[in-house]
Design a protein around this ligand. Structure first.
Ligand code: SF4
Ligand code: SF4
Length: 105
């Protein structure tokens, strides 16, 4: 198994564990994470979102759409909109009552 494939498998395992610790109530009507310009991802040199998001929200594909987004998995770390070299990720906090439900407050 290649290093990138291994990274994606580990990311999925971490996402599953995070989902156990902090249940998420997704706001399906108002996704809070989105790719602004999907065509720009074709020229991306690192696909950082797909390899660095701790929750596995971004999936890399070999053909359009180059990246798909499963905002329902997001644990709201805020890293994606900082790490994208093209400022191509739209992120905002979920509406009140949605998103990560903290167990202790
Ligand atoms: S890091 Fe940004 S430009 Fe690169 S694939 Fe992800 S969203 Fe697209
Ligand atoms: S905020 Fe964090 S968990 Fe959510 S999509 Fe961005 S990098 Fe992934």
């Amino acid at each position: 198994m290649g290093a990138r494939r291994r990274t994606l498998v580990i990311t999925r395992q971490v996402a599953a564990r995070l989902a156990e610790l902090a249940p998420i109530r997704p706001d399906t009507a108002h996704p809070h994470v989105a790719i602004r310009h999907p065509e720009a991802c074709r020229e991306c040199e690192g696909w950082h979102c797909a390899f660095l998001c701790p929750a596995g929200v971004f999936r890399l594909h070999r053909a359009p759409p180059w990246i798909t987004v499963e905002h329902e998995l997001c644990v709201e770390c805020g890293a994606c909109y900082i790490l994208c070299p093209r400022d191509n990720i739209g992120f905002r906090w979920p509406r009140p009552g949605y998103g990560v439900a903290n167990r202790y407050g």
